[in-house]
Design a protein around this ligand. Structure first.
Ligand SMILES: Nc1nc2c(c(=O)[nH]1)N[C@H]1C(S)=C(S)[C@@H](COP(=O)(O)O)O[C@H]1N2
Ligand SMILES: [Mo]
Length: 468
């Protein structure tokens, strides 16, 4: 490893003396702070202090941060001899735990700080709120189900599947009601797709608002969903595809979540009535036992606790389409039914709140996605968009799913402005903030897909910034 890195760094002609320390990143505060610590970081942030992350590190983590730094660094003491090699640990000598100690496994206790988290102060109640996925610490493209972001308008429920029903009515020959057993007997498909809340990155429309990628971009997750194409159910009910150009999807929770879905997405076979997520049943927070999967479309249309599909001949202008999920344009018009999540990407390391501990080699990594298909390329800049290099897209690259990208970088210890710019297979290129605001103004809430910038300071601290 060390040799490979030396070669890499020689090749890139960087002036780096001690390569063994390359690439050490101190994790962002929410990785090791408790609830109180996270609150403190935000309180500092709100006072407008530019050094709030540093102060939060100092105050709230005293031992934790240095401990983490040491653990990630060279473990050999100056006098030589790594105790973790020289002394046999307990786990090499004793008897380990038995099988099925817990019938359903959970992560290592050493990973207990990896959590989806609520942004302090964002909402009044936890039932009408959001928790954000910890993108800064995830690998590959799949979001572990327990870390999937959550958005509930009226709290979540663990619905008894034996009592759950799905009704199909409206412009169909035979209105039908399905039990879960009846849905799960039908031919199923499994597909990887991202779900992104239309309000992801919303707080950043005006200016920098939150310190880390968990809060700027964490209202996105990607899973393998299993279910029945909605068109199969509609055909069983004898759908009238001549008159029926839209459906209304309705959830069973108290939020009366209802959304209009165009029939064209359904006849294309993409929309699923899903019960499976990452190989098991959906989690209650994500709509157990049944949710709609609408690939490429904003999260609100992925109706959870799905209980009814009505076929109609025009859009329904439901409450979540008429008074919410609309954007005010600079000329005073409201944009409505803006459901596709356009091409977007973000660098997850290095990202806000992390600290780069040494000069030298770093693996820049991040995620890209498009609601219109596959990601074609991702370019990365370390100088605020003046020069770009193409990142490696890791396989699999799937349509309307997260795509992982990586790029080798040697940090020379000088300030750097890290950005990623994705392009999808339709040729759409992710806009800068300036381009996006040029069209949309600053009074939008939803669909902020601007290029994110992370400033790496000389002291290694990484901050969320916006270039004007
Ligand atoms: N029944 C129901 N469906 C719902 C919601 C809800 O509150 N109730 N929230 C919607 C919104 S706004 C989003 S972003 C996604 C979030 O899905 P998740 O909680 O599985 O991440 O569910 C959508 N479907
Ligand atoms: Mo949402």
């Amino acid at each position: 490893m060390k040799l490979a890195l030396c070669k890499f760094i020689e090749h890139h002609g960087a002036d780096v003396k001690d390569n063994s320390l390359s690439g050490r990143v101190l994790k962002a505060p929410e990785h090791f702070l408790d609830r109180e610590g996270v609150r403190q970081v935000f309180a500092e942030g709100k006072t407008g202090r530019r050094d709030f992350i540093r102060r939060a590190f100092a105050a709230a983590t005293a031992g934790a941060a240095t401990g983490a730094a040491i653990a990630q660094g060279n473990p050999v003491p100056p006098e030589g001899g790594d105790p973790h090699i020289l002394q046999l640990p307990e786990h090499s000598k004793g008897l380990g735990q038995g099988v099925a100690t817990s019938g359903y496994g959970s992560p290592s206790k050493f990973e207990s700080n990896l959590q989806r988290r609520q942004s302090p102060g964002l909402t009044q109640t936890t039932q009408a709120s959001v928790s954000f996925a910890p993108l800064q610490s995830l690998f590959g493209i799949v979001t572990p189900s327990g870390l999937h972001f959550e958005r509930h308008h009226q709290g979540w429920w663990d619905v008894d599947p034996s009592k759950h029903r799905l009704m199909i009515n409206g412009l169909v020959k035979t209105p039908m009601v399905f039990t879960m057993d009846e849905v799960m007997r039908l031919p199923s498909v499994s597909r990887f797709h991202f779900i992104e809340c239309g309000a992801n990155t919303a707080v950043e429309w005006g200016n920098v608002a939150v310190p880390t990628v968990q809060y700027t971009h964490g209202m996105i997750s990607c899973s393998e969903f299993t279910g029945v194409p909605l068109i199969t159910l509609l055909e069983l009910a004898g759908v009238d595809l001549k008159k029926g150009r839209f459906v209304l999807a309705e959830g069973a929770d108290g939020s009366s979540m209802t959304r209009t879905i165009p029939m064209s997405l359904i006849t294309a076979g993409e929309v699923l009535v899903a019960y499976g997520q990452n190989g098991e049943m959906l989690r209650p927070e994500n709509g157990y036992p049944l949710r709609l999967v609408v690939p490429g479309v904003q999260g609100v249309s992925w109706v959870k606790y799905l209980r009814r599909i009505e076929v109609g001949d025009m859009p329904y202008a439901a409450k979540d389409e008429a008074i919410h999920y609309i954007d005010l344009m600079p000329n005073g018009d409201h944009r409505q039914y803006t459901s596709i999540q356009e091409c977007k990407s973000v660098v997850t390391t290095p990202s806000g709140g992390q600290v780069m501990l040494d000069k030298g080699f770093y693996n820049i990594t991040g995620l890209a996605w498009s609601g219109r298909g596959k990601i074609k390329r991702v370019d990365v800049s370390v100088d605020g968009g003046r020069n770009w290099r193409s990142a490696r897209l890791e396989t699999p690259v799937l349509s309307k799913a997260l795509t992982r990208f990586n790029l080798d970088w040697v940090w020379d210890g000088k300030p750097a402005l890290i950005q990623s710019r994705a392009q999808d297979e339709t040729g759409f290129v992710q806009p800068t903030f300036r381009q996006l605001r040029g069209v949309r103004g600053t009074r939008s809430i939803y669909h902020n897909n601007a290029i994110q910038t992370w400033l790496v300071q000389e002291n290694g601290e990484v901050k969320n910034v916006q270039l004007s």
